[in-house]
Design a protein around this ligand. Sequence first.
Ligand code: BTN
Length: 248
Amino acid sequence: MGKIGNIVYQEQTVDSTQTIATALANEGAAEGVVVSAEEQVAGKGRMGRKWHSKYGDSLAMSIILRPTVPLEKYPQLTLVAAVAVVQTIEKETGIRPDIKWPNDILINGKKLVGILTELHRDKNGNQFVVLGIGINVNTAQEDFPNEVQEIATSLRIELGEKVEKEKIMQGIFTSLESLYRQYLDESFTEIKKMWESYSISIGKEIVARTLTEVIFGKAVGITEEGVLLLEDKSGKIHSLYSADIELT
Ligand code: BTN
């Protein structure tokens, strides 16, 4: 397995680090190669949304992974990444963030981190994952776009002081390296427990919006695969692989 963060392409202004990392991986770049940027002008969010970041203030990076796991286990990777990020934030800042399934990282209900996992196949037919992590590190409140003013926060806002981006980035490499290795070598079970200890969604009444439907119900848990189980009013259990959820 390649060491995460051994090679980091540090860019200034790019469209999206996801696009660059995907192109590199297509050309055979090794597992663990990272692309980071000071600014993205077309940052990608989940479910077709945009991800905003002002020059220099946030951490935007994409990590190439080539996990040797069956396809149905890929949703777990997002949760492994979320645990690596919350552990790092807790260690570096003392703030213990919450995880909202699958991988929104929040402080006091406001979004601090977005994670986007994209699965591709390279020209040799090998599958790879581009794991995108965006963290509002030093963003000032007024620099968030209007549409996310009420729902976004940064480490600087929460702590009242600036945080070194580089420290957070290196911390994530270390934490992800060890969790990812544990995940590949052992199993997801221990990581699932860690994820659950940070989760604010399980056991709560929620509304889930998938690309095709809106379901109300109770989040009863996640499966060993990292899939969210949602029980609707009629008692039917829905298995959600991808959705936006909101606590009701
Ligand atoms: C989300 O919450 O919708 C996911 C946001 C993911 C943003 C990161 S920033 C680094 C990487 N490059 C992108 O264009 N997106 C991801």
